[in-house]
Write a protein that binds this ligand. Structure first.
Ligand SMILES: Cc1cc2nc3c(=O)[nH]c(=O)nc-3n(C[C@H](O)[C@H](O)[C@H](O)COP(=O)(O)OP(=O)(O)OC[C@H]3O[C@@H](n4cnc5c(N)ncnc54)[C@H](O)[C@@H]3O)c2cc1C
Length: 332
């Protein structure tokens, strides 16, 4: 019900992230693992590709930086002239662009259903609507207290993997980690979407992104497997940690303008508030790049405690590579 259900459902190629960062490495590895899993388990997906467009000639130099980052990460991109971009996507405003053939879309809900089925078959137990409320270090692991409508119970765990998304810093702090000195404090950063009228969906046949901004990839045109077109997500750092997923209709004018930068034929009347999601960001507003945290916490006196913190985009794409990394640490 949280971030994994509230995102662009894009399989990222791994273009933008700094070389050698976990975001870069786990995105590229995760993408390949994800495509293989989706094929094997017949989860709906499509490698439709993505066009990154420079809307104006002044933006063309910014494509060089994107191209450089992609090549450092080993991600194939094809440079397109304005004419080539127009041939691929006739309705997109483009002075030139980059085509990413490895980018795609997935039905994230079907993916989660499938992952759950695989986990249950392997002996996992899902306990929904149950909150972890306390974690105590024990001689042979951890005592994890959980609370549901019926009351509180304590589970003895040899190992704990903290993959609590927006609450992962709070869970780390329950285990005794000083999240500020560890650099784990999360900022909640909402991203809203507006959906476009069906007539607009015919205007694009692949994902279309602008030149990326500092805090996000920029409001982009996302097509889903049902053929719907949405624009989003924008960037709104929340002043407090309150998950209000309603999309403010007053954002229409900003979304209309952002949509027309990519697709000039979209009118404000075509757009309606749609879903939103909240990014668990370690990066503060306007702050420097921050990587995923994927850490075994022995050095903080917590052996067998694994923290996954700041798993924002490309977390869906990287999920299987993140899991494999934790599994490898557990096997080590
Ligand atoms: C607007 C937006 C767009 C995005 N677009 C993309 C994209 O196109 N491609 C991509 O690769 N990534 C994208 N992402 C990132 C991706 O969605 C996330 O990285 C990923 O879904 C995170 O998964 P998760 O399992 O870590 O967190 P979640 O899905 O949030 O799961 C965390 C779980 O922990 C549970 N939990 C929390 N606290 C407790 C507690 N105390 N006790 C018990 N359980 C608890 C929650 O209930 C939740 O079920 C996007 C994110 C956003 C916000």
């Amino acid at each position: 019900m949280e971030t994994s259900s509230r995102n662009s459902q894009v399989i990222h190629a791994g273009i933008y992230y700094p070389r050698g960062s976990l975001k870069a490495v786990l995105c590229v590895e995760g993408r390949d693992r994800l495509y293989a899993f989706l094929r094997r388990h017949e989860v709906p997906h499509a490698r439709i590709g993505k066009l990154i467009t420079a809307s104006e000639p002044e933006e063309l130099p910014a494509l060089d930086a994107v191209e450089r980052a992609a090549s450092e990460n080993g991600v194939p991109l094809e440079r397109l002239s304005a004419e080539q971009a127009r041939r691929l996507e006739p309705h997109v405003r483009s002075a030139g662009g980059l085509l990413s053939p490895e980018s795609g879309i997935v039905d994230a809900h079907a993916l989660m259903d499938r992952l759950l089925a695989v986990a249950l078959e392997a002996g996992a137990v899902l306990v929904p609507r149950t909150n972890v409320v306390a974690i105590e270090r024990a001689a042979d692991g951890y005592q994890v207290s959980v609370e549901d409508a019926a009351g509180t119970e304590t589970i003895a765990a040899e190992r704990v993997v903290n993959a609590a998304g927006l609450e992962s810093d709070r869970i780390a702090s329950l285990a005794g980690i000083d999240v500020d000195s560890a650099g784990y404090r999360l900022h909640w950063c909402k991203g809203s979407y507006f959906s476009a009228a069906p007539r607009c969906a015919r205007l694009v046949s692949r994902l279309v992104y602008p030149i990326p901004g500092k805090d996000s990839l920029g409001v982009h045109a996302v097509v889903d497997l049902g053929g719907r077109l949405r624009f989003g997500p924008d960037v709104e750092y929340l002043p407090d940690r309150r998950a209000d997923y309603r999309v403010d209709p007053a954002r229409l004018a900003a979304f209309g303008a952002a949509a027309r930068r990519i697709l000039p034929e979209v009118r404000d009347e075509d757009l309606e508030p749609d879903i939103s999601g909240i990014r668990p960001k370690i990066q503060s507003p306007g702050g420097p790049f921050r990587d995923f945290v994927v850490a075994e916490e022995s050095s903080r006196g917590l052996p067998g405690f694994y923290d996954l913190i700041g798993i924002e985009s490309p977390g869906l794409t990287a999920a299987m590579a993140i899991a494999e990394r934790v599994a490898a640490q557990i096997r080590a």
